[in-house]
Design a protein around this ligand. Structure first.
Ligand code: HAM
Length: 444
């Protein structure tokens, strides 16, 4: 009896060679954008102490409350009875790890201004659906050490630049808001609770089940509920901007002004409250509206309190993360990127040179030559399945190689090789010593 074949886990994907072409293009675009503004790459571990995320994202956030991939720590013999209580969690996002690495590296003392970026997998135990996976890639930037609203605008413009370089146009929206300073949010939270109480604390609440739950945990999240009835019920809710202190208000105005100075037209959106607890002042999202309720391609904002909250010196910071999954969906809808942008990556899947041995005795020399040409940096392939010369030529054509190099007894005796251009179907015989120069010319 054959066993059920094992498949990949729900909410994950295999990226096979041709799927990776687009991912590699997203990665190199991200790298180019980040480096253009002097952000440097960091790589932090894929898993961290669970309490890092509990402390930074907030116990009440959906991510911490429901979506963490956590494994218990192994209790070593002789360890204290509490040793196994904390676990390790596969990172659901990159900001907490970046802040931890910033504190651990002691940057606040010697080089407080740090501009970092990362590209890598994140893990959230969500219900998989269009644009949402359990393992997904984020490109993020995090800038530590400056509280300027102009830096917030720089960060937004980098996110925009990523999408513009991919070919996005007018459909892309920048939505901005402010979460004020902690004291503002405290007052606002009390006012929101007063406002929403009669909608939630009644039998058969008119709000959705998520809102009823979030009312206690994180009342701000009622404002970003996507259920039409809840959106209606949000009409008239207290506005943070009416309560906000002068400094946070000025910060927001300067941020919006700096964006328009850079030629961007942000949309003020008071429903952006973000799902993670660490935000202060600036928050923003980039949306591609045709993707509907899952249109967010990028989310970010300022988190001036996080580093101090985690035990570091008070250090302002701002950043964003872009999800590759929704980006891929939006690109597919827009029929982007243009084929020419991916042509070099597709080409790299094929050999440039396929080496053909006419007879069995020629194989050792073919292998030696293949090895030498690879050391020159050319992508070379040859046959290991004892195929006939005719079948090797077929393989060469199938592999989409540009050139075939042919070695037979005659060529070996004369220290020569036949170079066949498979595009033009032209061939020439050359001395082995002249081969590198000819290949450089033909493959330029
Ligand atoms: P976030 O809004 O939770 O923010 O995630 C950022 C982006 O990651 C989302 O806009 C979405 O594109 C993508 N994303 C999130 N969850 C999934 C999923 N399950 N499947 C596919 N894509 C997903 C953060 O993660 C913050 N760390 C952003 C940040 C950086 N704030 C300041 N610095």
């Amino acid at each position: 009896m054959s066993a059920e074949p094992i498949r990949n886990a729900r909410g994950t994907r295999d990226f096979l060679p041709s799927d990776l072409v687009l991912v590699q293009h997203l990665e190199r675009t991200a790298q180019a954008v980040a480096k253009s503004a002097c952000y440097q790459e960091i790589r932090t571990p894929l898993f961290e102490e669970t309490r890092l995320f509990q402390r930074s994202l907030g116990e009440t956030s959906d991510v911490v409350a429901k979506e963490m991939f956590t494994v218990p720590k192994r209790v070593e013999p002789g360890a204290s009875p509490n040793a196994g209580q904390d676990g390790y969690t596969f990172r659901p996002e990159g900001t907490a790890s970046a802040a931890r690495a910033y504190i651990q590296g002691g940057f606040a003392a010697h080089a407080p201004l740090q501009k970092w970026f990362y590209i890598g997998p994140m893990f959230r135990y969500e219900r998989p659906q269009k644009g949402r996976e359990r393992q997904f890639t984020q490109f993020g930037v995090e800038a530590f050490g400056v509280q300027s609203p102009e830096l917030d605008a720089e960060v937004v413009s980098l996110a925009l630049d990523f999408f513009l370089r991919l070919g996005f146009g007018e459909e892309l929206q920048v939505r901005i808001n402010s979460m004020g300073d902690p004291a503002d949010r405290h007052r606002w939270s009390a006012k929101l609770k007063e406002f929403f109480q009669p909608q939630v604390d009644v039998p058969d609440s008119p709000r959705c089940a998520d809102c009823v739950q979030r009312f206690q945990r994180n009342v701000f999240r009622l404002l970003d509920c996507k259920v039409p009835r809840c959106i209606e019920l949000n009409q008239g809710a207290p506005d943070l901007f009416a309560l906000m202190g002068e400094e946070a208000l000025q910060h927001h105005h300067r941020f919006a002004q700096a964006l328009s100075n850079l030629g961007h037209q942000p949309v003020e959106d008071r429903s952006i409250v973000r799902g993670l607890d660490y935000y202060t002042r600036t928050v923003f999202e980039l949306h591609y509206p045709p993707l509907g309720s899952r249109s967010a391609l990028c989310g970010g904002g300022r988190y001036d309190g996080l580093v101090a909250e985690m035990g570091g010196r008070p250090t302002p910071a701002v950043g964003f993360s872009i999800g590759f999954t929704p980006t891929e969906l939006a690109l597919a809808e827009l029929k982007l990127p243009p084929a020419a942008d991916l042509a070099d990556l597709h080409a790299q899947l094929a050999p440039q040179i396929y080496l053909v041995a006419i007879a069995e005795e020629d194989r050792a020399d073919v292998l030696r030559l293949t090895h030498r040409l690879r050391q020159h940096g050319w992508r070379c392939s040859c046959d290991y399945r004892q195929k006939s010369a005719k079948a090797q030529f077929k393989e060469a054509a199938k592999s989409k190689a540009i050139l075939a190099l042919v070695l037979g007894a005659e060529e070996r005796a004369a220290d020569q090789v036949v170079v066949k251009d498979l595009r033009l179907q032209e061939e020439q015989r050359v001395e082995i010593s002249a081969l590198p120069a000819l290949l450089a010319q033909l493959l330029a």
